[in-house]
Design a protein around this ligand. Structure first.
Ligand code: AMP
Length: 368
């Protein structure tokens, strides 16, 4: 594994991006503005990121030869999704620096390892238990209580691989429906709001967090983000310091997102960590139009070995609204909304739940 401190790209160098979705596309666009090239690796020939780069590799993540050729073409490698197969990361890592460090994937690909890691740092999470069978599920329920959320340890996203268990539910049936042997049970958190912190960390240990974002989900999919979150300053500071602590403990280089629950007034902790995303994140899209440096640019700077920016918000980010599925068909209505900035990802056919674009509305701060 290469020492991240040795990476120092110069304009004209090439970044390899694993994954060709909208996050890879926006990373490549940010890199281009800084005079850096990108090459995208994705098995999907319709990858929206392919449209914005000169060189693309369309191959499976198990294709060792394609991975090796890709590595030879680039100076540093990063990823836009957390489920990069560890075998692929190892092949690449033997040839070029992979940032963030591939060891981080082992922690963040597994909800149990992730929760254990957060807890070891002394940061609050919902009560949780390892579940491997219907009998261990019953034991976990006896300890944690109901309602609770059962989640697969791996490959869950946008509410997939999750089930809420309520009093009176058929436990054996819920367990079978999840179709897994490795899950965790989490206490159901009746949170006041959901927030996230997007943090960037450089190889030299510089950490820069964006203002805390407040998130609204619909059908388990992020629908609207707002920044700054309407929470007291002290709580925002706590949230940002939690994200910084996590980034430093992981020796992270790049941008990560920490999703958290804010609890209503009580005696215990006010903020609980729900999930860490080792990548740029949907709740940070507002930074493209609402801040002096975007999350995508921060990530590129970090993995290039360049100084991070000090992000300054241009004003109140009234809404970042995801255009999901058929909503993209109304994009032209958004084009005439005063102050709105429209982003369309260039994906194929809209499907229910598919993120097709987003719109940001910023209310600029008036000069005093
Ligand atoms: P996740 O895949 O863990 O990010 O969960 C997706 C969404 O499900 C979260 O954004 C919450 O809205 C909800 N959720 C997840 N875990 C819990 C929990 N323990 N208690 C209450 N709601 C949860």
């Amino acid at each position: 594994m290469t020492d991240a401190k040795q990476v120092k790209l110069k304009p004209g160098d090439t970044i390899g991006i694993l994954g060709g979705g909208q996050l890879g596309r926006m990373l490549a666009m940010a890199a281009a503005r800084l005079g850096l090239r990108c090459q995208v690796f994705s098995p999907d020939p319709d990858s929206p990121a392919f449209d914005v780069v000169l060189n693309a590799t369309c191959a499976e993540y198990a294709d060792v030869e394609a991975l090796e050729l890709f590595a030879n073409d680039v100076d540093v490698i990063t990823y836009e999704f957390e489920n990069v197969p560890s075998a692929a990361a190892m092949v690449l890592d033997a040839r070029r620096p992979v940032l963030p460090n591939r060891k981080i994937l082992e922690t963040t690909q597994d909800r149990l390892a992730e929760k254990d890691f957060v807890m070891r740092l002394g940061i609050g999470t919902a009560a949780y238990a390892d579940v491997t069978s219907v009998s261990s599920l019953r034991e976990a329920i006896a300890r944690i209580g109901l309602p609770a959320v059962l989640k697969t340890r791996r490959f869950g996203y946008d509410g997939k691989g999750q089930a809420i268990i309520r009093e009176g539910d058929d436990i054996a049936k819920v367990w079978t429906s999840l179709a897994t042997k490795s899950a965790i049970l989490e206490a159901f958190v009746s949170y006041e709001r959901e927030i996230s912190v997007i943090a960037a960390r450089s190889a030299t240990g510089q950490v820069e967090c964006f203002d805390v974002t407040e998130n609204e989900h619909r059908d388990h999919i992020l629908k609207i983000s707002r920044a700054p979150a309407q929470i007291p300053d002290m709580l925002a500071e706590e949230a940002r310091s939690i994200a910084g602590k996590i980034a430093s403990a992981l020796d992270y280089v790049g941008v990560l997102a920490v999703e958290m629950f804010v609890l209503a007034n009580g005696t215990g902790p006010k903020v609980l960590v729900n999930e860490i995303a080792p990548r740029v994140h949907n709740s940070g899209h507002w930074t493209l139009d609402g801040a002096s440096v975007s999350q995508f640019e921060q990530h590129i700077r970090a993995i290039a070995g360049w100084p991070l920016g000090k992000p300054v918000r241009h004003g109140e980010v009234v809404t970042m609204t995801n255009l999901i599925g058929d909503e993209i068909n109304d994009f032209d209505k958004w084009l005439s909304v005063p102050g709105a900035t429209v982003h369309i990802y260039g994906k194929g056919a809209p499907r229910p739940g598919r993120k097709m674009g987003h719109v940001t509305e910023v209310r600029p701060t008036k000069d005093k």
